[in-house]
Design a protein around this ligand. Structure first.
Ligand SMILES: Cc1cc2nc3c(=O)[nH]c(=O)nc-3n(C[C@H](O)[C@H](O)[C@H](O)COP(=O)(O)OP(=O)(O)OC[C@H]3O[C@@H](n4cnc5c(N)ncnc54)[C@H](O)[C@@H]3O)c2cc1C
Length: 431
């Protein structure tokens, strides 16, 4: 069979000998973490002629960008899937230039059930748009739940969609000013090969040391000493791209301690939860076209969202967020798959259960190298992101989705944040 141009390019990516590089022993800069932000930081530093080593705890690059092709035999994005704000996303042009197939797809609910009752999706979408405006107009930094009336079931569904299923926190944990500072994420694209595959492709030629958790960063002498399980690396500066969940958990020790403002900022931007529950469906499609967005809204924050049969695959990808996301992550895969299957039964009748041949659950909550899905500022602590973005001692720089300005929580935003940190290093650090 002749390889298409696309297949040839993607095949090359799979063959890249990650982790097999000889790493410089005394680089200008160490980048901690090989997710989107770390990849961007390293690429930017290389382009500036700096020597760089990326140190990654997991056995792969990409971080929260990961496409799994083995579990269901088709690409399934375990982490990020949508290229948000795709007309200004650092991955859009790259994906197109490298043969990835992109498809426009917004994620407003198209089919809505209130319990087992089909309901016009327009009602939820209109309520969500009005709610979004109200929260974004707030002048004080308060929990979003205090600004809106959730007593009506349509309003509750809209609130769950805006909070738990988008921002990964329920409305009482959503800071109004943080929400107001986010960009409009449309237009959105999905990728047939998976967003994780694009991120992996972009980072494939970087000097990454895999399976090497950083335990300790010393900045009590000149430059920094980055201590890992495989030894220490001396450098002029370090860019730390690990999640705020990892930082808050003490995953990396600092000597001397980080300034109090930095430590407080870390705890003020805790991780939210979005968990995916993919269901593999055989024998029927419930009358749903590929890519249909389905929302099953229930009272008491038990909402479940499905992206149906993307790219004509046999997957219905379930999503739960906020407290329910944490709860089902803790309950485990069997309970989560059962929950999502019961959701199908509620909407499509008891035969729906027998169409589910396999299910899964993403594990970002228990992954020690992420400790959550993405970060959301605690109400009242809106300034935390700016505080965390301040370099420490002119040699420790933070980057990642939590510091992605208008594109917080997104993979494209994380990339931009990595680029910005690399530029800041070059401006401040003489090597
Ligand atoms: C379920 C889910 C759905 C999402 N959906 C979307 C979406 O549709 N669109 C979108 O744009 N975004 C989405 N996101 C968010 C997006 O995936 C993240 O914002 C982005 O990938 C984060 O990149 P990052 O570089 O900041 O962090 P990460 O990807 O977490 O990278 C940090 C890296 O640091 C490593 N690390 C941690 N601790 C250490 C240590 N001690 N030493 C060395 N390495 C360490 C980690 O292993 C990781 O590889 C989603 C996320 C989740 C979880």
């Amino acid at each position: 069979m002749m390889l298409t141009r696309r297949a040839a390019l993607l095949g090359l990516a799979a063959a890249a000998p990650l982790g097999a590089f000889r790493l410089p022993s005394d680089p200008d800069v160490v980048v901690v973490g090989a997710g989107s932000a770390g990849i961007a930081a390293a690429l930017t530093l290389q382009a500036q002629g700096r020597s760089v080593v990326v140190v990654e705890a997991m056995d792969r690059i990409g971080g929260r960008a990961l496409t799994d092709t083995s579990t269901f035999g088709v690409p399934f994005d375990v982490g990020c899937a949508w290229l948000h704000k795709s007309d200004d996303n650092p991955y859009t042009g790259y994906a197109r230039a490298n043969g990835f197939r992109l498809q426009a797809h917004e994620y407003d609910p198209e089919r809505v059930w209130l319990g087992s009752q089909p309901t016009p999706a327009r009602l939820v979408n209109e309520a969500e748009a009005a709610m979004s405006e109200t929260i974004a107009d707030a002048e004080a930094d308060v929990p979003a739940s205090t600004l809106v009336d959730l007593s009506d079931p349509i309003a509750e569904a809209a609130g769950d969609y805006l909070g738990a299923l988008d921002m990964a926190v329920d409305l009482d944990e959503l800071s109004s000013l943080d929400y107001a500072s986010t960009d409009d994420l449309e237009p959105n694209l999905l990728c047939a090969e998976g967003f994780g595959s694009i991120v992996h492709h972009r980072g494939r030629a970087l000097p990454v040391r895999l399976n090497t958790p950083v335990r300790h960063i010393r900045w009590d002498g000149p430059g920094v000493t980055v201590e890992t399980d495989a030894g220490s690396i001396q450098a002029g500066a370090v860019i730390v791209t690990v999640s705020t969940g990892v930082l808050a958990n003490g995953g990396i020790r600092f000597t001397p301690d980080l300034p109090v403002e930095t430590q407080e900022a870390v705890t003020d931007i805790p991780m939210g939860m979005l968990a995916k529950i993919p269901l593999q469906i055989r024998g029927q499609r419930f009358g749903l076209e590929p890519f249909t967005d389905v929302l099953l809204a229930r009272r008491g924050r038990r909402d479940l969202y499905f992206l149906s049969f993307p790219f004509d695959t046999d997957l219905m990808v379930g999503f739960v967020g906020g407290d329910l996301g944490w709860e089902l992550s803790a309950a485990g895969e069997d309970a989560a798959v059962d929950f999502a299957t019961q959701g199908l039964v509620e909407m499509f009748g008891s035969d729906a259960a027998s169409a589910v041949v396999k299910g899964g659950l993403t594990r970002w909550a228990s992954n020690p190298w992420t400790r959550g899905a993405y970060a959301a500022v605690t109400p009242g602590r809106h300034g935390a992101r700016e505080a965390l973005a301040r370099p420490v001692g002119d040699r420790i720089f933070f980057a990642g989705e939590a510091l992605a300005r208008g594109l917080i929580q997104t993979c494209g935003g994380a990339f931009r944040s990595g680029e910005a940190a690399a530029r800041a290093v070059s401006a401040l650090v003489r090597v």
